[in-house]
Write a protein that binds this ligand. Structure first.
Ligand SMILES: Cc1cc2nc3c(=O)[nH]c(=O)nc-3n(C[C@H](O)[C@H](O)[C@H](O)COP(=O)(O)OP(=O)(O)OC[C@H]3O[C@@H](n4cnc5c(N)ncnc54)[C@H](O)[C@@H]3O)c2cc1C
Length: 432
């Protein structure tokens, strides 16, 4: 809640009812508009204030420490920004624009801390997208913890030999009918919040012969034996966000932890075995829904680097004039602004389409993430150039922003995979 209060149980039910179920299909949904409502502007300004006052000043320290910035997460929880109620409110907005707006502002503050705060939402998106209403009510609040004791959640799809190729997932889930339990075995790689999460959502194969169509998503409840953190990864950027392997050794979870339930899974597997098309693939569904939001995070980094280098170019003097008076610098800044605004249009379009039940006929979700990720890398690199030697040092933030931006052409589908998805969508062909 924006006033810092915690929602009551009744509020929580209302929030979940508001965001649950299929998104409305267009005719009755809001028309696409670039005009934010007053409420959206208020939320944007509120998140911006937190990003400017709390996140940005802490960015350098946590990047150097390479640790989860728990005090900042606690601050976000205290003001109600990091909470299941707030996320529910952002998600429930029927224009779809609040979520990208919030992400852009937070990541404008800092991407590493931004990911430490928002990493949980990937697991939440999986539960939300695939869980039953009871599962949503049980697990989503636990992903966030409370204002006094915030927790984080992890979404574990990738494995050492299954990154872009999700169908190669080797982690298995076997059903023990006698005990109504699933037994999960395997190793997950590069999981954001892996091992430190209260709730892990794990993608596992229930029938390896079916490739990604034989996958299912499972919730691993807090403290489940057999779910352990493996090696923590030391990274190029996003260093305030924890990334680690997760080992699953005879990890037993109750039957009720299968997202969507066994009946639905059995029906889906039967359809696939009969050669019919499966409606959904567990990991893919989560990624597709979250792509515009991830694009918005990249936009936040790009905008931060652009704004910083614009101010610098106005102040820094060489040859007796500010460097922005040279066309080379001014045109670079003009192009940076142009590319950021173009990327935002794609992000907002995809976010609005996704929320209002428009099918991504031309992979508009992938387009938004691809463009925003590449713009972030390009803009932050230009920002370093504008700052010259200072840009290359850790005394100035654009160096960190450039390191942070690079992940946006890699995770949630690399740029090449996004192009593949777009190419297949526009051609209708199995491009390789
Ligand atoms: C910081 C960080 C956080 C992450 N967080 C999570 C998380 O929370 N949960 C999770 O499940 N995963 C997470 N990941 C994993 C991430 O999603 C994968 O790294 C990503 O999907 C790419 O997989 P890969 O690294 O195995 O690369 P690979 O798949 O090995 O790709 C290597 C290169 O080959 C190219 N390539 C591969 N196949 C093709 C093809 N068919 N056509 C053209 N080019 C191709 C790729 O584009 C890339 O350039 C995270 C990774 C990092 C680094």
């Amino acid at each position: 809640m924006r006033d810092g209060t915690t929602a009551t149980g009744a509020d929580a039910d209302e929030i979940l009812t508001g965001i649950a179920g299929e998104p409305p299909v267009t005719d009755e949904g809001p028309a696409f508009t670039l005009e934010l409502s007053q409420d959206q502007k208020d939320i944007r300004d509120w998140v911006h204030g937190f990003a400017e006052g709390v996140v940005r000043p802490a960015a350098h320290e946590w990047d150097e420490r390479e640790e989860t910035p728990w005090p900042v997460i606690q601050e976000a929880a205290k003001i109600g920004l990091y909470s299941f109620e707030a996320m529910g409110q952002f998600w429930a907005d029927d224009t779809g624009l609040t979520l990208p707006v919030v992400n852009e502002e937070l990541f404008w503050g800092d991407a590493g801390i931004g990911m430490a705060i928002m990493g949980t939402t990937l697991a939440v998106a999986a539960i939300f997208g695939q869980g039953t209403p009871e599962q949503l009510g049980e697990w989503i609040p636990q992903c966030f913890g409370t204002a006094e004791e915030p927790k984080v959640a992890a979404f574990c799809a990738s494995e050492p030999d299954a990154g872009s190729d999700v169908s190669a997932i080797r982690t298995t889930a076997k059903y023990d009918e006698a005990k109504d339990e699933w037994v999960i075995n395997g190793q997950k790689a590069w999981a954001t919040n892996g091992g430190i999460a209260e709730v892990h959502v794990v993608i596992a194969s229930v029938d390896r012969e079916l490739g990604s169509r034989g996958h299912a998503a499972f919730v691993i409840p807090p403290g489940t034996p057999g779910c352990e953190q493996g090696a923590k990864v030391k990274k190029h950027g996003l260093r305030a966000s924890h990334t680690a392997d997760v080992h699953l050794d005879d990890c037993r979870v109750p039957g009720s932890c299968l997202l969507g339930g066994k009946e639905k899974l059995d029906e889906r597997l039967a359809r696939v075995r009969e050669g019919k098309k499966a409606k959904s693939q567990a990991a893919m569904q989560t990624f597709e829904a979250s792509r515009p939001t991830v694009g918005a995070q990249a936009l936040g980094i790009a905008r931060a680097a652009y704004e910083y280098s614009l101010e610098y170019a106005k102040e820094r003097e060489q040859f007796g004039r500010s460097i922005i008076e040279n066309q080379a610098s001014a045109f670079a800044l003009a192009d940076m602004k142009l590319e950021i605004d173009a990327a935002r249009l794609l992000v907002w379009r995809a976010a609005w389409m996704g929320r209002n039940g428009h099918k991504f006929e031309n992979a508009e979700g992938s387009m938004s993430k691809l463009k925003a990720g590449e713009v972030a890398v390009w803009v932050t690199e230009r920002a370093i150039q504008i700052l010259g030697g200072n840009g290359y040092t850790r005394e100035f933030p654009v160096e960190r922003m450039h390191r942070d931006a690079k992940i946006y052409t890699i995770f949630e589908g690399t740029s090449e995979i996004q192009r593949l998805v777009i190419a297949r969508a526009i051609s209708g062909m199995q491009i390789r």
